[in-house]
Design a protein around this ligand. Sequence first.
Ligand SMILES: Cc1cc2nc3c(=O)[nH]c(=O)nc-3n(C[C@H](O)[C@H](O)[C@H](O)COP(=O)(O)O)c2cc1C
Length: 252
Amino acid sequence: MSNIIKIFFSPSQTTKKVVEQVASNFKKEGETYDLLNFDSEKEFSQDDVAIVGMPIFAGRLPKSGRDRLAKLKGNNTKAIAIANYGNAQVKDALLELVNILKENNFDVIAAATTVSHHSIFDGVAVGRPDSEDIKKINEFAEKCQEKIESGESLTSEIPGNEEYTPYKQLPFIINCDEAVCSFCYDCVSICPEKAIPDDDPINTDLESCSRCTACISICSEDARKFTGEAFESKKPAFEQANSKRKEPEFYL
Ligand SMILES: Cc1cc2nc3c(=O)[nH]c(=O)nc-3n(C[C@H](O)[C@H](O)[C@H](O)COP(=O)(O)O)c2cc1C
C-alpha cells in the first residue's frame, strides 16, 4: 500500500495524538506535516493516503489551520478527515474539513469526530483520548484500510450546515507571568498568528491572537495562562454544562 501522510494542526497536541493513533494501525512510514510549523504549498500523489486532523474552535476549523490546509493539494489522494473537539460542540467543523479536502482534490474515504481534553477549559474531558477512545479509533482505522483496499469513497452524510457558523473571537485573555518567563521565545516562534512580538513575549496582541493555546502548550515554564473576568466567570458553568461524556463518531 501507499505512503501514509500525517497532516495536523494541533496547538495542544491532542489532534496530533489522534492522527498518530490512526496512522499507527497502517504500519507504514510516511511524512508528517505539522501545520503549526508548515505553511507552504505541497501536492500529494495518487499513491498517498493522508490522515488529516484539525481541532474544532467554536464549531469551525481554526482559521490559521484552515488557511494552511488549503495550501495542500491532492491528486485524487485518499484522505481520512478527523475533527477533534473538547466534548462541547462540533457544529460545522467536520463538514468544513471534508469540503476543503474535496475542493483540493482529495478523495475523502472516511471521517470522524473524536473527543480530547478541552484545551481552554481544562476540567472538561480530562485524560481523553482514553483507552476506550483509542480502541474505537483503532477499529475505525481498520475499517479505513478495508475501504482503501475496496476503492470506495465516503458515502455517509456528514453532519453540519453548508452555511458555516460565523467565526467567533473568544473574549478570554492570555497572560504571561513575567516573573516566571525564561524569555526562551518558543511562544514567539510557535504562534501561528505572530501575535507575540519577537522583542516582547510578555505582551500578546489579543486582536490577532486566536486563543489556539500553542503558546501555552509549548511553554516549559508554565508562564502562560488564560486569565481575566470573562474566563474565570465562564469556567465553572462551561465545565458543568459539558461534563457528560460524548463519544467519537465515525463516518464511512
Ligand atoms: C479557541 C478554541 C475554541 C474551541 N472551541 C471548541 C468547540 O467549539 N467545541 C469543543 O468541543 N471544543 C472546543 N475547543 C477545544 C478543542 O477543540 C479541544 O481541546 C481539542 O482537543 C484541541 O486540539 P489540540 O490539542 O490539537 O489543540 C476549543 C479550543 C480552543 C483553543
